[in-house]
Structure formats: structure tokens, C-alpha cells
Design a binder for this molecule. Structure first.
Ligand SMILES: Cc1cc2nc3c(=O)[nH]c(=O)nc-3n(C[C@H](O)[C@H](O)[C@H](O)COP(=O)(O)O)c2cc1C
Ligand code: SF4
Length: 517
């Protein structure tokens, strides 16, 4: 469903987005509106770019490229007009399911999909999906909230905010309507777990969304799926129709007085629309611009009403937490990082794919024991954790445990759990420029440090790479990073300095500094 139609059907308040000025503003903002044609599009995500696409080259015009197709474990790939994805140079479409392994005692998020695709209603039902909701409906919403709070689950969309606290706030906030949004925008190149869940376990995501709606008192749910995942959107739409047909969604969920209407909204080719306030703006039919918080969406979200925005993984985990208990979930992990994380391994690795881990193993274990070391046979030189805004970590930091606090301690972030590996042939100055260009391409334009700074940053790195006034340009680049980090309104401009500064700090020789012996 198109965001405009969501505006229509959810609220009827089209005034928010009416008129030719709004239409022009929207049309110029979203990549898909600028170029709506269906055609083969090559992926220029980090992993595909590394694998030799060089899709930023003039040989691939911008309207023929997408930022990430969500098959980073099998790069380089292209999205075909029929929604399937193929590896470059190979005619056969790729299997949507990656290789799935688990290092946790028992997988939580990937347990079902490790046994195969469960998008068919009958198979999902047989595997126990929807049963937790049916049981929860016999109890009180308060018990769902309590279990979530006790579990210590933190959102997997990037910020790691406690899910129970978010739901509690939305439940307490007054509003004529309330909304739950499953955030399936997954723009981070190097990440693909949301795609896999939406395509192969959509009923689990819907059940988690329904449990949230029950807990906070919402009657409307939206699954926001990026347009680069057309098959995911179709499968969720079908799952909704099947669940409605079985009475698990609709005016009387499972015969109770709980009503829930869920629909799919497709993104339109904008990375920043993964940020919750930009996503809400897009759903309201406006440009996908970020707004300052507070107020948080839990008190003033979609159409000004209390809204929970949760990542797809966060929601798919909820039925497991409720079915097996908060203590079961808390038992996994370390410190304040409880539960498991589906790590997405990509880049220059022998074996990419999904590895679900309880928080705590080191990057080294993941890269070598699970990833099998570099695919090229050359030494691994760096790894980027947490998407395009994550720091580049050198080999000396590979022993860092994979948890929120340990990564924050070295100036890095866990993000959505994507891990992209680079061998020693990669020029880290080019990677720093890649980060700045990504930011420039995706900036919503609301604030100057990000809108202008990212373009100037890429130019500065160009000049440094050419050896032009190296020292002066390096100083300006460091200053610029400082301004972007502290002066940007959201994480896009605020965190782009992470990859740039880490490249400068750990790989100065790539910026023309004398090599250390
Ligand atoms: C630039 C930017 C892009 C983001 N993209 C996503 C995204 O694609 N998916 C996602 O779940 N969260 C994304 N987020 C985080 C969301 O704003 C929000 O925190 C998240 O959806 C909340 O869900 P969670 O609590 O389950 O993590 C992004 C944030 C920023 C700053
Ligand atoms: S940092 Fe960039 S993306 Fe975020 S609000 Fe500012 S201009 Fe928009």
C-alpha cells in the first residue's frame, strides 16, 4: 500500500499532505518518485561495492543503483524487476534464505527459519505462531508489559532502547487512537535479517506487533517495508490476509473484544525514512524529514497520536519472550545486553550469512570461526559493525565482545547487527569517502552540518587522497566531523563521523601519513 493510501484509510486527514506544493515536495524527496520505472537495479551497498561492483562509477547511472538489496552475504547482486535477486554473472535467482547458524544454546529469532521458510499460514500455525497472542488475550495487557520489562529486551533497530519501557510509555499516553509500526526499512548496507524475517517468518512479526497493540491499546498496525524488498511486502500482505481470514486479525481477534487492523506501507527509496520521525512523516504523506524529539512518538507519533515504532527483529522476539518467560530470555547475554542477536556476516568472508549469538562472543570468533576468515585469502584488515554509520575497527580490536556496552566503549556501535569484513587490499580512505557520500546521498536536508557537511567531507577526502594541502585538509576534516557529530539533528549526520574518524585514527597511512614500521 502506498503511504498516501495509509493516510486515507487510517485517518482521513489528507489535509496534512494536500496540494501541489506538498506533492512536488514529496516527489523531489523520494528516489522512487523521481524514477518510478521498474528495471534491473544493481546493488551498491558496502558489501556489493567491495565485491567489485564499483556501482558508484559513471558506468552505473544513479537511477540504476540501489543502496542495498539485502543479500550482502552473497555480493555482488542485482534486484530484478520481478522482485527476485540474482548474483551478478549468474542467471539463476538467489534463494531468499541465507545460510543460518546459531551459537546460542537455542536460537530465538532464527529458530524457525533455520528449519526453512514459514511464510505459509498453515506452516506457521503448525509451528506454533499466533498461539502466544491467543493465550495473552485471556489475560491482561499489564502482564504483557510486565514480561517485556522484566526480559530486558532492547530494540534491535539501532538505538538499543528498552522495549518494555517504550511500550509502557505509549500505554500511559492518552490518545483517541494509538498505532504500532513495525519498522522494516532496514536501510543499513550489510544488514538483511529484517528482509529474511519479513519474507520467511512474517507471521512472527505480525504476532509481535499484535501483542504490542494489545499491550498499549492500539487498534491499528502498519508494517513499513522498504521498496527494495518487494517480495517481503507481498508476503506480509498475504500473511495479513491469511491471519484476517483465520480471525487472528480484524474486528474481533480470536473472538475477543480486541480489534486490530494491520496493513503494509511501502517505502519509496529513502534511507533516512528508517528513522522513526522521518518514517512517520512519510506515512503522513510528507517529505521524509526528521523532526526533533521530544515529543517522542510514544506520546505524539503518527497523526499526533501515541505510536510505538519497533524494529522487525524486536517485534519477532516478543512472542518468544512471552511464551518462554522473561527469565528464559534474560539468561542469554551479558551485562545490560540481554537475549540474542542475529549477526549478519558479509563482506570479504569465506562464509557469510546469519549467525544468532547470545551477546558476548568476540568479533574474532565470528569472523574466523563462523565467517571462515577472508574469502580472498589475504589478512582481514578491518571490520565495520552496525551499518554505514559504524566505525571501522582494526584487527587490534577484533577481541572486543559483541555487546552494546563493549562496542560503545571503543567508540563503535552495534546498530542492527551487520558485520562487514575488509581485507588488506581495501583503501580505508576510500571507505571514509564512501561513508560521507552515503550521508550526502541520503541526507534529509533538514540540518546544515549533515546536508552541506557530508558533501564537503567527501570533497575534502578527495583532496587528501590526491595529496592536495594534506595537513590543512585533514585538520578541516577533523573539525567538520566534530561539527557534524555535535550539530546534526539525527544519527545520520551525527554518526557519519564514526567511520571517517576511525579510518583516520586506525589507518592514517591510507590518508598519506608515513607508514609505521
Ligand atoms: C538515520 C537512521 C536510520 C534508521 N533506520 C532504521 C531502520 O532501517 N530500521 C529500524 O528498525 N530502525 C532504524 N532507525 C532507528 C529508528 O529511529 C528507531 O529507533 C527504531 O525503529 C526503534 O525500534 P527498536 O526500539 O525496536 O530498535 C534509524 C535511525 C536513524 C537515525
Ligand atoms: S542529520 Fe541529516 S538526515 Fe538527520 S535531520 Fe539532519 S539533515 Fe536530516
Amino acid at each position: 500500500m502506498h503511504p498516501d493510501d495509509v493516510v486515507d484509510s487510517l485517518d482521513g486527514r489528507r489535509a496534512l499532505a494536500e496540494g501541489p506544493v506538498h506533492a512536488r515536495a514529496r516527489d523531489s524527496f523520494f528516489a522512487d518518485r523521481r524514477d518510478p520505472g521498474a528495471r534491473l537495479r544493481v546493488c551498491r551497498g558496502t558489501s556489493c561495492w567491495l565485491a567489485g561492483h564499483r556501482s558508484e562509477s559513471p558506468l552505473v547511472p544513479p537511477d540504476r543503483a540501489i543502496q542495498c538489496a539485502g543479500y550482502c552475504d552473497r555480493s555482488p547482486v542485482a534486484l530484478q524487476p520481478d522482485g527476485s535477486v540474482k548474483r551478478m554473472g549468474s542467471p539463476a535467482p538467489l534463494d531468499p534464505l541465507p545460510e543460518i547458524r546459531s551459537l546460542a544454546r537455542r536460537a530465538i529469532v532464527t529458530e524457525r527459519i533455520a528449519r526453512g521458510d514459514h511464510h505459509e499460514f498453515a506452516r506457521a500455525r503448525e509451528a506454533g505462531v499466533w498461539r502466544t497472542l491467543e493465550r495473552a488475550l485471556h489475560g491482561e495487557p499489564a502482564s504483557v508489559l510486565q514480561a517485556l520489562e522484566a526480559s530486558g529486551e532492547r530494540g534491535r533497530g539501532g538505538a538499543g532502547f528498552p522495549t518494555g519501557a517504550k511500550w509502557r510509555h505509549a500505554a500511559r499516553s492518552p490518545g483517541a487512537e494509538k498505532y504500532v509500526i513495525a519498522n522494516g526499512d532496514e536501510g543499513d548496507p550489510g544488514s538483511f535479517i529484517d528482509r529474511v524475517l519479513l519474507e520467511s517468518d512474517p507471521h512472527a512479526v505480525l504476532e509481535g506487533l499484535a501483542l504490542c497493540a494489545f499491550a498499549i491499546g492500539a487498534r491499528h498496525g502498519i508494517v513499513y517495508v522498504r521498496s527494495e524488498y518487494p517480495r517481503a511486502a507481498e508476503r506480509v500482505e498475504r500473511a495479513i490476509a491469511d491471519a484476517r481470514g483465520a480471525g487472528l486479525l480484524g474486528p474481533s481477534v480470536s473472538g475477543s473484544d480486541f480489534a486490530l487492523d494491520v496493513r503494509v506501507a511501502r517505502g519509496e527509496g529513502s534511507y533516512v525514512c528508517g528513522e522513526e520521525t522521518a518514517l512517520i512523516a512519510a506515512l503522513e504523506g510528507r517529505r521524509g524529514e526528521v523532526r526533533a524529539r521530544p515529543p517522542y512518538p510514544t506520546s505524539q507519533g503518527l497523526f499526533g497520536m501515541p505510536t510505538v515504532v519497533n524494529n522487525v527483529v524486536s517485534l519477532a522476539t516478543v512472542p518468544v519472550i512471552l511464551a518462554r518467560g522473561a527469565t528464559f530470555y534474560r539468561d542469554y547475554g551479558v551485562g545490560k545486553s540481554r537475549g540474542t542477536l542475529p549477526v549478519q556476516l558479509a563482506g570479504n568472508l569465506r562464509r557469510g550469512g546469519l549467525v544468532e549469538v547470545a551477546f558476548g562472543p568476540s568479533l574474532r570468533e565470528l569472523l574466523y570461526d563462523f565467517g571462515g576468515g577472508s574469502a580472498s585469502g589475504r589478512p582481514l584488515r578491518a571490520v565495520q559493525v552496525g551499518g554505514p554509520l559504524g566505525a571501522y575497527l582494526p584487527e587490534s580490536q577484533f577481541d572486543t565482545p559483541l555487546d552494546y556496552e563493549a562496542l560503545a566503549g571503543i567508540g563503535a556501535l552495534l546498530g542492527h547487527g551487520g558485520v562487514v569484513a575488509f581485507d588488506d587490499a581495501v583503501d580505508m580512505a576510500r571507505m571514509a569517502r564512501f561513508a560521507m557520500r552515503f550521508c550526502a546521498h541520503e541526507s534529509c536536508g533538514k540540518c546544515t552540518p549533515c546536508r552541506i557537511g557530508s558533501t564537503r567531507g567527501a570533497e575534502l577526502i578527495d583532496r587528501i587522497m590526491l595529496g592536495q594541502e594534506r595537513e590543512r585538509n585533514l585538520r578541516t576534516l577533523v573539525d567538520l566531523c566534530e561539527t557534524m557529530q555535535h550539530g546534526s539533528l539525527c544519527g545520520l549526520g551525527g554518526m557519519t563521523p564514526f567511520p571517517v574518524r576511525s579510518a583516520l585514527e586506525h589507518f592514517p597511512e591510507d590518508f598519506g601519513a608515513p607508514r609505521a614500521h
